[in-house]
Design a protein around this ligand. Sequence first.
Ligand code: NI
Length: 220
Amino acid sequence: MILPIGSALPPSLLQAARDLATQDALFVDGANTAGWYARPLKKNMQAKPAPAVSKLLRQIGDVISSHELVQAAARPKSVVRLLLSRYGSGMEYGAHVDDAIMDGQRTDLSFTLFLSDPDSYQGGELMIDEPSADRAFKLDAGSLLLYPSTTLHRVAPVTSGQRLVIVGWIRSLIRDPGQREILFDLERSIAQLRQQSEQREVLSLLLKSRSNLLRRWAED
Ligand code: NI
């Protein structure tokens, strides 16, 4: 499941992230944090783990992992890692799969939080490989794309302007993507039924099913 989430970040945090993303002194070659396979493919800049960057990324990680839709779709156990990245003209990230284990934790879902207005740069789409064709994503500033870490994906070359993003990884309580999707569908059904007072018995059964599936599937 690939899920775009609009306005995932409050404007004040979006502005704070953009402010940090334009401080040149904070940035180093992004290839430094790539594994041997991805290193030659990764042509971007990445913020160093300076205190101001780490603090902001922690705040943003908390906002993202507690977002209602992220909770429902990803069932986060933890946000494994967050990186503030910048792609200037000519930069790109070739097709790769993200590391399965980061800092000792499994990565189940990846996300890209777009910080730049889409009209302010050309190219720079996040391309996710699907059997039929690549799907291209370029979301509004403050919006988030959540996708399975199991995919091959790439960032198309930026041809002008600057693409500012925060990328991150989530360790889920639910390892299996199919099980996550069933729980997400249940959650959406529950949200609709909550509006209808005459459906209380059906709602109780759905809540019971959700709880009992979580008991079966969750790795705490
Ligand atoms: Ni990646």
